[in-house]
Design a binder for this molecule. Sequence first.
Ligand SMILES: NC(=O)c1ccc[n+]([C@@H]2O[C@H](COP(=O)([O-])OP(=O)(O)OC[C@H]3O[C@@H](n4cnc5c(N)ncnc54)[C@H](OP(=O)(O)O)[C@@H]3O)[C@@H](O)[C@H]2O)c1
Length: 305
Amino acid sequence: MRAIVVTDQAAGTAGMTLAERPQPQAGGNDVLVEVHASGFTPGELTWPGTWTDRLGRDRTPSIPGHEMAGVVSALGYGTRGLSVGQRVFGLAEWTRDGTLAEYVAIEARNVAPLPGDVDFTVGASLPISGLTAWQGLFVHGRFEAGQSVLVHGAAGGVGSAVTQLAREAGAHVIGTGRAADRQATFDFGAQEFVDLDNDTLEDVGGVDLVFDVIGGDIGTRSASLVRAGGMLVTIAGPPEAQPKDGLAVDFVVEADRAQLGEIAQRVRDGRLRTNIGQVADLDDAVSAFNPTERVKGKTIIRVRP
Ligand SMILES: NC(=O)c1ccc[n+]([C@@H]2O[C@H](COP(=O)([O-])OP(=O)(O)OC[C@H]3O[C@@H](n4cnc5c(N)ncnc54)[C@H](OP(=O)(O)O)[C@@H]3O)[C@@H](O)[C@H]2O)c1
């Protein structure tokens, strides 16, 4: 099968190549999926799981990409609940070969049915942004209707999903980003916008929940904005500061079939809009991941045009 492979961590996205690789087989409780569309996060190339297996053994050449939408083509021993020919989408494991390939073997519990009216390109754009937003708000952030939420990077992949889900759930949303992100942030549903380059973040006052995707100095300063009993939720690594009378939690997104279903349902009925910046074919994937200009939103690879 054709796949994007990486062998050299230092080379970053410039080291990606399109190559021929053996088709994977569905192991116990796996499904083999014929991939139609795949999502990739550039940060993956810095994660240990891209380069080694769970015991730390070199697993290069490895296939990156963890988000996918496609069609089940085989079931592994013991796999229940999905059928050959079914449309699915999901989040592949961090330490196995990924989704920038014509086929991926993936644990069945990590995928969910993809409704027939959600196209593969959209399906592949949802797992990381959608699940991260869902888990940060409702699982780790314990969000409740009526709370105020400060969403950093609100025009980005994760931030735009957080903004929409939080608004739908009854939040007052303050989005942040760069000056050029102002309109997009309002379009995703934020009621206020803070330009992190030109406004003073501290003017926001107190909020119940901060959802941080940026970290560093922005994360540290955000801790002091959390009201008593509130939360700082971050996906940018362990927080360097804790809210005075609140909690800080950092987490890594996990696959969850029920949550994928909630996300797909919202896309179908127009409550959640995905944030795709560009779509490229597998033949053009390497250049799409090495753009000459910054692309806003996710890059999705159409593996089967
Ligand atoms: N822990 C987890 O489970 C998890 C899950 C998903 C993502 N992540 C990580 O979370 C981060 C965000 O992911 P994403 O997909 O949402 O990325 P993204 O689409 O690039 O969105 C990030 C947004 O934040 C903005 N931003 C970043 N730094 C900024 C700054 N200093 N000032 C103002 N705006 C700033 C970006 O603007 P510019 O493009 O102009 O910089 C962009 O609009 C990535 O590092 C990703 O690897 C972690």
